[in-house]
Write a protein that binds this ligand. Structure first.
Ligand code: SF4
Length: 337
């Protein structure tokens, strides 16, 4: 039995599993167009477990398009602090401002794609999940499920090309009467059962339709070339003067992280640095980049007035620190007491 010859039976098995076994995520238990839109922005590039507390806090402060449209830029960014990829927050804010002013609200996938920050994936997700339109959603999870169900051994250079290649299969399999739940069930299967490494085939609700499982090739599907790893080392400065620390205030005109603060890179104050001493080394990964950051305690007499700012410790809560910098500042304040 495979999905091409038995699409109805497949959809039935998947739907029965999803109805009972889906995770009770807040945009599912209390669905609305706005909550779907926010969840789609937040889950791009971010795991659900990480974004859930952000989603709850966001809904308390900005419960609908109107409240988000009226919010100050800095308040919006502050709520996004720690989630990364801040352009998502800026675009979501822009989208709310455009949406509240539209006399005729977008309904179709094509109309949603005209809104700020919305691409083919998000427009398909919003139009199917919140508006019941028959558009298949294809993300990395869905690609994995489809490649395994069909034991598709085509090789792809990257995820984007794989998504394009599997869109017609996803369209053919879509449950036109219930596209939102169907899309979510495919993504849920990929996220919780058909895992990238070690798929849980023994508990899979659609295992009888899976050709890769039958042939034992599941872990080799889909075939997508992995990006080569890029290693980056960054040196940063921890400079204190009384109750102030020296931070880099990122220019408002910057395309990335505009208006946010970071520990400055050592090169920003190099030439003026004395007594350099390593306090903290941290590693992190962003997609294929492996980044090592070394933070040095140092003193400096001069500073670049345009880039750097003495920030009183009492003001730290009110500013937006990018990425992991808030955690580092907290740790450094303990180390350097
Ligand atoms: Fe994925 Fe295994 Fe289910 Fe096939 S049987 S869809 S490989 S979890």
């Amino acid at each position: 039995m495979n999905i091409d010859s038995h699409p109805i039976k497949f959809r039935k098995a998947l739907s029965a599993w999803y109805t009972v076994g889906r995770r009770p995520l807040p945009w599912r238990t209390e669905p609305s167009l706005y909550r779907t839109v926010v969840s789609e922005f937040m889950t791009q590039q971010t795991k659900i477990k990480t974004m859930l507390p952000y989603f709850e806090a966001w809904m308390k402060s900005f419960p609908d398009f109107d409240s988000l449209a009226k919010a100050e830029d800095q308040a919006v960014l502050k709520h996004w602090e720690g989630l990364g990829y801040y352009n998502r927050a800026r675009n979501l804010h822009k989208l709310a401002k455009v949406y509240v002013n539209l006399k005729i609200k977008p309904k179709s996938k094509e109309e949603w794609q005209q809104m700020p920050g919305i691409g083919p994936y998000t427009s398909a997700a919003i139009s199917s999940i919140a508006l019941g339109q028959a558009n298949a959603v294809v993300d990395g999870n869905v690609v994995r499920v489809l490649a395994r169900l069909n034991d598709d051994d085509r090789k792809f250079k990257n995820n984007g090309l794989a998504v394009k290649a599997f869109t017609s299969t996803a369209d053919n399999l879509l449950d036109d009467k219930n596209p939102g739940d169907h899309n979510q069930s495919m993504m849920e299967l990929g996220a919780t059962v058909c895992l990238k490494n070690k798929p849980l085939c023994t508990i899979c609700p659609v295992s009888k339709f899976c050709v890769a499982k039958e042939r034992g090739t599941q872990e080799d599907r889909p075939k997508i070339e992995s990006k080569s790893i890029v290693r980056i080392e960054i040196e940063r400065a921890w400079v204190r003067k009384g109750d102030c620390i020296l931070l880099h205030h990122i220019s408002e005109s910057s395309s990335q992280l505009a208006g946010q603060y970071e520990l400055p890179e050592l090169k920003m104050i190099s030439g003026n640095v004395s007594d350099k001493r390593l306090l903290l080394s941290q590693s992190r990964s962003i997609t294929n980049r492996r980044i090592k950051e070394h933070i040095y305690k140092c003193t400096t007499k001069e500073r670049n007035e345009d880039l750097l700012e003495w920030v009183p410790l009492g003001r730290l809560q009110g500013i937006t620190l990018s990425g992991p910098h808030r955690r580092w500042v907290k740790d450094l304040l303990k180390i350097d007491n």
